[in-house]
Ligand binder design. Structure first.
Ligand code: FCB
Length: 465
């Protein structure tokens, strides 16, 4: 038995577009994901979030389920297109949904943890340039103000963005996610504007919710050279670390893009996007950093014998998300993989938390949270109606163990959110990948606690692994 620290928070996470459904109800208009899902070949089977888990109508039942599971905090996101349809005026009906959700959580003693942007930009704003337009930053600040003004007094933790790497490079450079653009410059500019939206967002959040804990969630990797003695492999790892991790960490914590990164990508459009004072705004002090971790990467300039496949097998072509890592390859290490093809590498999480604490968060006196970690497996419903997802149980325990290892090594990690509370819309994979602790039958919307939900419940009850 390994005890969880007394004030360590156990939570679960979701995101608006992935679960809410009710895409045309209550005044909501299209987000970039509604539009992207209609692009032929962009999402497997053309799946979209029109109904998803119907959480918009079933949130009360979902909150009750979370309470049954012993969830202490629920990390959710608000839909910009619901709160400000088309990125325009405030829609009170949209805000009302989140007011009701927050009330319901508080009534069940679950701490609401709000993310303002989990990738669902209003499509109307994309048509005006999306994240490559500086105006979108202003629109984000308006949107953030309206949400925080409505619920900020009852939400203890508010984060600006979820995984800006995905909403910039994966979306505007690789084209794998909405809006599906494929441009090195666009990804870099989008990344800079997202960082600016975060920094300016921090200020407005503090204005409307002075007592809230404020921060941002980044997805980070652990880039290891395949051959540590090879200078070229070390350079490959440096590039991936720069273009995945340090592109975001350095501006936020140090108010500057790293020199080596500027050398690699500055001339590709990033330098032109930076205006005086931007980095000062981006480095606004934060109270916490959310780390999302799924797996690390073994990188080399040599191609692997068998290439790693991690993209959704859509018919529409996608490119590399890295602006300046031509010829860099990700290598499989022979570790077990989830049904996403992602390697199961819990020790990477320990190392990542240690590194982020030592180099960034610690000196800034910022505590860390794991805001996402989880696994998709091809779950089957057994004859007894249960889902015996033994692999997910092992994944959860191994990764919580890895967090405890980091804590034992002196890293202040305040909590862990499993992704996801329930099966949901997995972006370009549609409904084909199931990450939930709770199974969702998309025909009937019936929810079933998987064995992993029962494991979570047991850990929450015993406060021990
Ligand atoms: C993360 C996303 C989340 C979910 C998981 C599997 O990158 O933040 O929405 O799709 O991956």
């Amino acid at each position: 038995m390994r005890q969880l620290p007394e004030d360590f928070t156990l939570g679960v996470a979701t995101a608006a577009y992935q679960i809410e459904g009710a895409a045309t109800e209550g005044g909501r208009t299209d987000s970039i994901w509604d539009a992207f899902a209609r692009v032929p070949g962009a999402v497997i089977d053309g799946h979209d979030g029109a109904v998803a888990c119907d959480h918009y109508h079933r949130y009360r039942d979902d909150v009750r389920l979370m309470a049954d599971m012993g969830v202490q905090s629920y990390r959710f996101s608000t839909s910009w297109s619901r709160v400000r349809p088309d990125g325009g005026d405030v829609n009170e009906e949209g805000l009302d949904f989140y007011r009701r959700l927050v009330d319901e959580l508080l009534e069940h003693d679950i701490a609401p943890w709000l993310t303002l942007y989990h990738w669902d930009l209003p499509q109307a704003l994309e048509e005006q340039g999306g994240w490559t337009s500086r105006d979108t930053v202003e629109r984000f600040v308006e949107y953030a103000s309206s949400v925080v003004e409505a619920v900020g007094d009852r939400v203890p933790t508010i984060t600006t963005l979820n995984e800006p790497w995905c909403s910039s490079f994966l979306s505007y450079t690789a084209g794998a996610h909405a809006p599906g653009r494929r441009s090195v410059r666009d990804g870099l500019v989008a990344g800079h504007h997202l960082l600016l939206a975060h920094g300016l967002g921090v200020d407005v959040i503090r204005g409307f919710a002075p007592d809230a804990w404020v921060g941002v969630t980044l997805n980070l990797t652990v880039a290891d050279p395949v051959d540590p003695t090879s200078e070229r492999d070390r350079d490959a790892a440096r590039r991936i670390d720069g273009q995945f991790n340090r592109f975001f960490l350095d501006p936020i914590f140090r108010g500057a893009y790293p020199d080596d990164l500027m050398e690699d990508v500055g001339h590709l459009g990033l330098a032109d996007a930076i205006q005086p004072n931007d980095l000062g705004s981006i480095s606004a002090p934060i109270d916490l950093l959310g780390v999302n971790y799924y797996h690390g990467d073994a990188v080399s300039y040599e191609p692997p014998a068998v290439p790693l496949s991690q993209d959704a097998p859509t018919t529409r072509e996608v490119g590399s998300p890295y602006p300046a890592a031509d010829g860099v390859h990700m290598h499989p290490r022979g570790l077990p993989v989830t049904s996403m093809g992602w390697e199961v590498q819990p020790e990477g999480l320990t190392r990542l938390l240690q590194r982020v604490h030592e180099e960034y968060a610690g000196p800034a006196l910022v505590d860390l949270w794991v805001t996402e970690n989880g696994a998709a497996y091809d779950d089957a419903v057994a004859d007894d109606g249960a889902v015996h997802d033994v692999e997910r149980v092992a994944f959860l325990e191994a990764h919580l163990g890895a967090v405890l290892d980091a804590i034992d090594a002196g890293v202040p990690v305040d909590g862990y959110f499993y992704w996801s509370m329930m099966d949901n819309y997995e972006w370009a994979w549609g409904y084909h990948k199931r990450f939930g602790l709770v199974r969702v039958d998309y025909e009937t919307q019936e929810r079933t606690l998987k064995d992993s939900a029962l494991a979570f419940q047991r850990i929450a009850r015993d406060r021990a692994l």
